[in-house]
Design a protein. Sequence first.
Length: 214
Amino acid sequence: MNHFKRLSLMSLFVLIALLLSSCLGVEMDVSINSDGSGTVDMAFHISQMFFQMDPEQQDVPIPITKEQLESSYEGVEGVTVVDVTEKDTEDRKTITATLAFDDFSDLSKGDEDMFEGATLTKENGHTVFRTVLKDAVEPEEEGDMSSSDPSQEEMIKQYFEGYSFLYRVRAPKKIKSHSIGELSDNDRVLTYEIPMYDFNSMQNSEPLVLEVSW
């Protein structure tokens, strides 16, 4: 095997590791009441191959089992795990859950990093929801899923085909401004949705921030 073939094989192994350590799809639906309380409905789609990896390599900022999610908020005052379900198919595991919170800031007190850095604040007479959906990523940085090899790129696209990254915010009144995403007809629901492949391969030089004000 020549030098270039070895490099190609190594890059393929790295690529496979990145795929296995990534969610197939993520859905977050945050409903906020006028007093700052609310609910979060979430769904995570994870490859079954991920669970065959070494536990030390299973480093993702989301709960990967029903038990992990329930224990994450055990003892956290102000947050209730309303419902958690876990469904297995041959190729993936889907975890869906509903959390209820008295104050949005309480969600960041869980053991997972799902709401790390997410805030709900009062600014100049408006309520502002803000969260970082994706940290800045530079080309060739670890975790970047873009590929200069067309065959590898096609393999990645097929792996994530049909899955998306979705983040939805439901406000108690009309939304006045937002950074990204689309508004509903009644201006009270903001939805940011992007194919999972595009989300993972995005080379954003600045953090991708979702900000909604009402």
